[in-house]
Design a binder for this molecule. Structure first.
Ligand code: NAD
Ligand code: TYD
Length: 351
């Protein structure tokens, strides 16, 4: 999609990754108008966007992507040129506790947006619907191998099953109705503004409060970590130069066992908090494994590197250091998001 005056709808822009995408687009493309549509669930927080909310090319729209009448009204009123769809329920453990929410938002919500785009974009050219997805749709790897764009789908959790379903609908709308779509499947993200129910910010927050650090099973599961700003850069690249109908895998070439990450976070935080070496690691507590826990995720990001010239920019140690510094200097943010509904959820998980 070329860079000229455009109206871009970003869904889920108040969440973790969405807020970094909104910031990048609002600042890098002053000729665009960015509309951030978000329901503001427990995971959505407008504080994530305080630094850009007053800019003239940004508008926040509170809404639910499952509300078909409102979505049609919005698409008709604003005549968006492009959609970058990130709104979702995103946490695997919550999907195990309550799968229906994931089916509503991730499947019904995505199809509701596809319908609005199909309806309002009928007969028009120069449009693009970009669906942001996860590598978890491919299932679990053994010790060898990587996920490629043509790896068969094999989702194992209710979260990944809902994302796999939404990916299939996006491709079906391209195939059946010629909706101009592009997709990406990315590995685990980390960085500022991630809700502290996910591994890295949860450990940072618990170390801060000297609370137990729950490591599932033996801590040997492997994830491939990417700094969130690098994911936002990849989304920018794919939105503008990705080929219509194509899928791009995004990853950090950065595989870590959970226990090694937790140990690393502990040692960095001991130093930053002036604690004795080993003090935070003594909080590590092995807990019952997550049911159906995928063993290993690893992305082959060769296609986006070769075809679109994107590469991760940040080394993990540097990104992790920046991330820990951000959480330590944003205690008010952490206290705010971990109050209320989160406390109720967390209390039921780890008694
Ligand atoms: P997040 O949970 O931090 O944010 C999700 C946002 O969506 C929140 O602001 C929430 O308020 C909003 N939202 C939820 N339901 C909504 C609804 N019905 N209508 C409108 N808004 C709604 O999620 P995230 O980690 O930033 O993930 C964003 C996207 O990227 C998701 O689609 C996720 O599947 C995908 N993804 C995430 C990762 C990761 O590591 N976090 C990796 C790959 C892909
Ligand atoms: P998570 O951040 O939930 O991301 P995902 O499940 O989508 O990969 O979890 C990352 C890994 O860390 C995963 O293997 C589960 C594990 N984990 C723990 O060991 N303890 C925790 O408290 C959490 C939240 C995750």
């Amino acid at each position: 999609m070329s860079v000229s005056e455009k109206k871009i709808l970003i869904t889920g822009g108040a969440g973790f990754i969405g807020s970094h995408v909104v910031r990048l687009f609002v600042q890098k493309y002053p000729q665009y108008h960015v509309y951030n549509l978000d329901k503001l669930t427990y995971a959505g927080n407008l504080e994530n966007l305080r630094d850009v909310e007053a800019l003239p090319n940004y508008t926040f729209l509170k809404g639910d992507i499952c509300d078909a009448a409102s979505m049609l009204e919005l698409f008709t009123k604003y005549q968006f040129d492009g959609v970058i769809h990130l709104a979702a329920e995103s946490h695997v453990d919550r999907s195990i506790a309550n799968p229906m929410e994931f089916i509503y938002t991730n499947v019904v919500g995505t199809v509701t947006l596809l319908n609005a785009a199909k309806e309002v974009w009928k007969g028009k050219t120069g449009k693009r619907f970009y669906h942001v997805s996860t590598d978890e749709v491919y299932g679990s790897l053994g010790t060898e191998g990587y996920f490629l764009e043509d790896t068969s789908y094999d989702p194992q959790s209710p979260y990944s099953a809902s994302k796999a379903s939404s990916d299939h609908f996006v491709r079906a709308y391209h195939n059946t109705y010629k909706l101009p779509v592009v997709l990406s499947n990315c590995s685990n993200n980390y960085g500022p503004n991630q809700f502290p129910e996910k591994l890295i910010p949860l450990m940072i927050n618990n170390i801060r409060h000297k609370k137990p650090l729950p490591v599932y099973g033996k801590g040997e599961n492997v994830r491939d970590w990417l700094y969130v700003v690098d994911h936002a850069r990849a989304i920018d690249t794919i939105f503008h130069t990705g080929k219509e109908g194509e899928t791009y895998n995004i990853g950090g070439h950065n595989e870590w066992k959970n226990i090694d990450i937790v140990t690393l976070v502990c040692s960095i935080m001991d130093k930053k908090l002036g604690r004795a070496s080993g003090e935070s690691a003594s909080l590590i507590t092995y807990v019952t494994d997550r049911p159906g826990h995928d063993m290993r995720y690893a992305i082959d990001a060769g296609k986006i590197e070769r075809d679109l010239g994107w590469k991760p920019s940040l080394q993990f140690e540097e990104g992790l250091d920046k991330t820990i510094d951000w959480y330590l200097s944003n205690e008010a943010w952490l206290n705010n998001v971990t109050s209320g509904e989160y406390q109720k959820y967390y209390a039921t998980q780890y008694q």
